[in-house]
Structures are given as structure tokens and as C-alpha cells.
Design a protein around this ligand. Structure first.
Ligand code: KG4
Ligand code: ZN
Length: 349
């Protein structure tokens, strides 16, 4: 079964054709980085407009690369939640129109579950597996029990991890997106020059939840308090700040992951999201896999960022297990289950 998958939930317009959930026949990703760079973050209205301009040529290119016409795909899928409403609506409407015109089934896909499926595009991962999804919009750890059965163990209660990379990079003047810049800078720095604190989550917060706003504040406003004894009397270097920030950001991810391995006894871990490209995260996950004899699935960056292949892949499993979606399916900007526990308590959900 060949499925056309469309992804437009944030600032990537992407389309892909995937056969039987796993074989990628084509994948095209148009990033909007240049459009948003001036604003050091994604501007929703600009994102929607760029999707409107890009969607038809990107889908056309994905079909061309797969050597197929609209009528030759077996179904059309698009992500419909969570994400920016206007952005989601562009891909979703396009997919519905294409499905209707070509008389093919239409499938609405949960973007977070699609990230979890990305691991299945790399190798056959048996259920259950843990998924650590870290991007500019999400930071969550979940146990994936089936293609559409995701139990969220924890999520960020404030900023996403990638957002912290972007803000620290903006502060250091190293550009947007901040992750790759900090990653590069950190290779020249001393990660022990600053001992930034890990969050102290209390109250209703789940012990797998994440928090990144305090780390960002510590880096930008209170750096001197956290200088280590050895670096106290040396001139300040951006490289050291980047390396120390990155280490602490990743310490938090690894801490939750180790806890989850201990408590769930699940022995396979997959990563996804833009931050999953981080070299330090990949190195430490590799070490952890070896030390604990667990399997770490680290998809290539193209499959970690927002992409149509994960949507097309998951759609195959959804059609198989649940059937197609109604053409009346709309978009949902938020999915309460994917927020940090304290936020859900505050919202009463
Ligand atoms: O998944 P993604 O492309 O888009 C969404 O957020 O939906 O993720 C983008 C985020 C940005 O915050 C970017 O700074 C971060 O991923 N990122 C990285 C790296 N590459 C991208 N963060 C840390 N290290 C990297 N190498
Ligand atoms: Zn995403």
C-alpha cells in the first residue's frame, strides 16, 4: 500500500510517499528557517502563508520522485494535531481535497504519534518502546505501546528544550535556529566551566516532567552564580557557556530517560524532534545503550525533524488497525495529554 503523507504542523512543509508503512519511496522537506530567522522563532502567520505557497509544489515533487500520480497512491494522510492551527489546516485541507478528488481514503494523523513511528522507518522496533521527543515545540517522554497508543510519562511544564537552545543562541548572538549553532560552539568549550542547576520540580509536577525556563534564565541572567571554581578567574567564553548549557539541557533528558528505563523495564528507546540531531545527545544515548544493554534507535536527522514520511508510515498502521478518517475531521492545536502534568492540573484536565 502506497500512502502520500503530508506534514505542515509547524514550519516545515513536507510530503512523502511510503510503501507499507516502512519503505520510503520519496521524501521532500521544505524548511522555513530563513523566513523565521529574523524573528528568532516561528511566526504563525508567516508559517501558514509559506505552507500555502509551498504545499502544491512540494506534494508534486514527492509524487514525481516516487514516480506516481495522485491516482496511483492508495491513500492520502496529513497531520491534524497538535501544532499551529493555520499551518495544520493547510496540509489537512490539501490532503482532504486530494483524497476526495482521487477517490482515495483520507487519514488524519497525530503528529506526536507520527514522530514515534519515525523509528519504525529505520528498523523494526518491537512494542513497547520509549520515545524521547525533543523539538522546538515539544519535550516529552512517552511509552509507545502500539502505533496509536502512547502513554505520556512526562512533558515540559514551560519551555521546550529546543526553545531553550534557540533563546540561548539568540542571547549569545549565534543565530537561529540555535540548536546547531550551540552544538557547534560547544565542541570548542568546557562543559564544566558553569554548573547550571537542574530544575527542582515540586507539587503536582510528575517526576518525568521537564522544565527549561529556569535553565535559560540561569544562563542569561545569573551566569556568574554558577561559574565553577576552576573557571572563575578566566575570561568568559561563549564556547564554555554553550557547552555548559548544552550539558545541563541534556542531563535533564538523560535523567528522565534513565528513570523510565528503571521503572518501566522497557529496553528500547527511540528519539525524535529537531534536538535529536544534537551530537552530545546522540553520544550520550549511545553510551547509555551500551552501559545498560538497551537498544537506542536514532533516526537520521531528516526523519527526526518534522517530515511527511512519518505521517505516511503511521497512516498505513492506522488504516490497517482503525480504518480511514472522516473528511469532517478538523485540526486541534493542543492535545492535553501531551502537556506537562502540572499544566494539566492547572487546567483541570
Ligand atoms: O523538530 P524541529 O525541526 O521543529 C519543531 O520544533 O517542530 O525542531 C527544531 C528545534 C529548534 O529549536 C532547533 O534549535 C533544534 O530543534 N535543533 C537542535 C539541533 N538541531 C536542531 N538542538 C540542539 N542541537 C542540534 N544539533
Ligand atoms: Zn514535530
Amino acid at each position: 500500500m502506497k500512502i502520500l503523507g503530508i506534514e505542515s504542523s509547524c514550519d516545515e512543509t513536507s510530503a512523502s510517499v511510503v510503501e507499507d508503512g516502512r519503505t520510503i519511496l520519496s521524501l521532500v522537506i521544505a524548511s522555513q528557517t530563513e523566513i523565521h530567522a529574523r524573528h528568532s522563532g516561528v511566526v504563525p502567520e508567516l508559517a501558514s502563508r509559506a505552507h500555502v505557497e509551498q504545499i502544491a509544489p512540494i506534494v508534486g515533487k514527492a509524487l514525481d520522485e516516487a514516480g506516481l500520480s495522485f491516482c496511483e497512491v492508495d491513500a492520502v494522510a496529513a497531520s491534524n494535531r497538535p501544532g499551529l492551527s493555520g499551518s495544520l489546516a493547510v496540509g489537512l485541507s490539501f490532503a482532504k481535497g486530494a483524497a476526495l478528488a482521487a477517490d482515495k481514503p483520507f487519514v488524519a494523523i497525530d503528529h506526536i504519534m507520527a514522530h514515534a513511528w519515525a523509528a519504525q522507518l529505520v528498523q523494526d522496533v518491537s512494542y513497547p518502546y520509549l520515545v524521547l521527543l525533543v523539538s522546538g515545540g515539544h519535550t516529552l517522554l512517552a511509552a509507545c505501546h502500539a502505533p496509536t497508543k502512547l502513554k505520556v510519562l512526562g512533558a515540559t511544564i514551560d519551555d521546550a528544550c529546543g526553545e531553550a537552545f534557540d533563546k540561548v543562541s539568540a542571547y549569545l548572538g549565534t543565530g537561529y535556529p540555535g540548536g546547531p549553532a550551540i552544538d557547534r560552539l560547544a565542541t570548542e568549550g568546557d562543559a564544566d566551566a558553569y554548573r547550571f542547576p537542574l530544575p527542582n520540580l515540586k507539587g503536582n509536577v510528575g517526576h518525568y516532567d521537564f522544565s527549561y525556563s529556569g535553565l535559560k534564565t540561569a544562563v542569561v541572567h545569573q551566569r556568574d552564580r554558577f561559574r565553577s571554581v576552576t573557571s572563575k578567574n578566566t575570561p568568559e567564553r561563549k564556547e564554555d557557556i554553550a557547552a555548559s548549557f548544552q550539558k545541563t539541557a541534556i542531563d535533564q533528558l538523560m535523567d528522565r530517560l534513565e528513570k523510565a528505563l528503571d521503572e518501566t523495564h522497557i529496553s528500547e528507546v527511540a528519539i525524535g524532534g529537531g534536538v535529536a540531531s544534537n551530537s552530545e545527545l546522540r553520544r550520550r544515548l549511545g553510551d547509555l545503550a551500551e552501559r545498560r544493554a538497551v537498544t537506542a534507535v536514532m533516526p537520521p536527522p531528516r526523519l527526526c525533524v518534522d517530515n511527511g514520511a512519518m505521517v505516511a508510515g503511521l497512516a498505513w498502521a492506522v488504516i490497517r488497525d482503525e480504518g480511514p478518517s472522516s473528511l469532517t475531521t478538523g485540526v486541534s492545536a493542543r492535545v492535553p495529554a501531551f502537556r506537562g502534568r502540572s499544566e494539566n492540573h492547572r487546567r483541570g484536565s
